[in-house]
Design a protein around this ligand. Sequence first.
Ligand SMILES: Nc1ncnc2c1ncn2[C@@H]1O[C@H](COP(=O)(O)OP(=O)(O)OP(=O)(O)O)[C@@H](O)[C@H]1O
Ligand SMILES: [Mg+2]
Length: 497
Amino acid sequence: MNSRSLTYLPTTVPLPIPEEELLDLVNKGKDWALMHGAAMRSKKNFSADSLNFAPFSLLPSTMTRKNFQHAVELQTIFQELMHKVAYDKEFLTRCLKNTVLVDEFTAKLWQIYETVQKEGETQPISLGLVRCDYMLQSCNAEEKETPTETNENPPCNWKLVEVNTIAAGFGWLGPASRLIQRYIMEEMNLHDRLQNLPDNNALSGLCEGMLEAWRLYANPKAFILIVVEDVSYNICDQRFHQFRIRELNPNANVMRKNLTQIYNEATLNENKELVINNQIVSVVYFRSGYEPCQYHGDNEWEARLLIERSRAIKCPNIQYHLAGCKKVQQELAKPGVLESFITDKDSIKAIKDVYVGIHGLEFDECGEHAINLALTNPEKYVLKPQREGGGNNIYGIEIKEYINKMKDSQERTAWILMERIFPPITKGYIVRPGEPVPPTISEVVSEFGMYGVIIGDSKKIISNRQVGHMLRTKTATANEGGVASGLGALDSPYLID
Ligand SMILES: Nc1ncnc2c1ncn2[C@@H]1O[C@H](COP(=O)(O)OP(=O)(O)OP(=O)(O)O)[C@@H](O)[C@H]1O
Ligand SMILES: [Mg+2]
């Protein structure tokens, strides 16, 4: 365990739960999850025809109402910021000019951006389905020497992990987590406490965002295209969007294609509309295209360029994708930068309060200072490349090795160094497929994601709203908490005062 995770949060109910009752609840929870699509395809024993339930926390994790509400309020502020950043070519250029010299993936995205900028804008409107990720940090984490277990609430504030502008998942699994835990609490006769599970309409909210963009395109026959991986393990978290869109508007059609299929099947018509199998596509929702391995070669890059050249409304468009780069988020944290995008003083303060220190690794005084910090206290930092999708960051002692390897090479300028957040620990039962039951009590930490929709162009924001949330919980000793990678588990907040 890292030495600074010293604060404990109260549990929703006193633990342990007697073994027989626990076993019964776990088995019910597993079946509930499987039968309601809180599930994933197995990576180990893949079959397109079967699902495993997704790992989940048996009971929700406590969170103060104040913290919950705070994250709700921050959402539209961050979205306005990201929107303005995405449409600021000069700022994006300044942020990424060194990165594109050494990071091939970002360079390819940049090339597409430059190409479509030169050719002229075909679709001024962008659709952002954004997820801000936070962890709580105890207000006095640094002073404590020994862990204290208390059923009182230590004061904690949010710290921003990052803002995701592409393929922010869990729009379904977020709400589904609440539904599993709600069922478990009902089985425990805790009916009077269910009002502490906040509503979560993330799936509908995100789908309504897509439908709003679809209506703006003003062609009721046009399709929404979901750009998918070659194999979708997290299939429930994509198909449920498709099903919900059908429920919300029976006239809206959805198709799913990977980048290779788009290369083979898509063209632009004389109006620069994206056409696939004789159908016009009005909205493109990327659930792939954020990792180098999702582009097998030039064809997939051609497909991405074709989409960007088209009149379809993209989620995200290329500049929103670039605005979500970790390098851009690091530049935003520099003194005086926020002020050039946001005028409201309270909003600027609200953003600054949730930032932790983030450093660039350029060959200048600040970069050298950051290198020194990383080499002196690696356990206090996370070293991040320009990647999405989890599993790419470097932690602890390995940071030293990485920094020593690259400190004299240009490569370092494509990385950022972020202060590590040490969230408070709580205890819970994590239920995983293929593991013995009943589970034992684990020490866990959580990461909260807040969703929102933002639609607009370079001159105005048409819609900007918060639409739901998700909570992921992982063992306190794990660095990252990806649910698909097996480390994290579905969870949802239980609000306390
Ligand atoms: N500053 C930090 N302090 C503590 N943990 C962190 C920090 N930054 C990242 N992490 C952990 O690493 C995970 C991945 O980090 P990050 O979100 O930056 O990368 P990513 O590849 O974009 O992941 P995702 O696909 O979830 O967006 C986070 O979900 C969190 O668990
Ligand atoms: Mg991310």
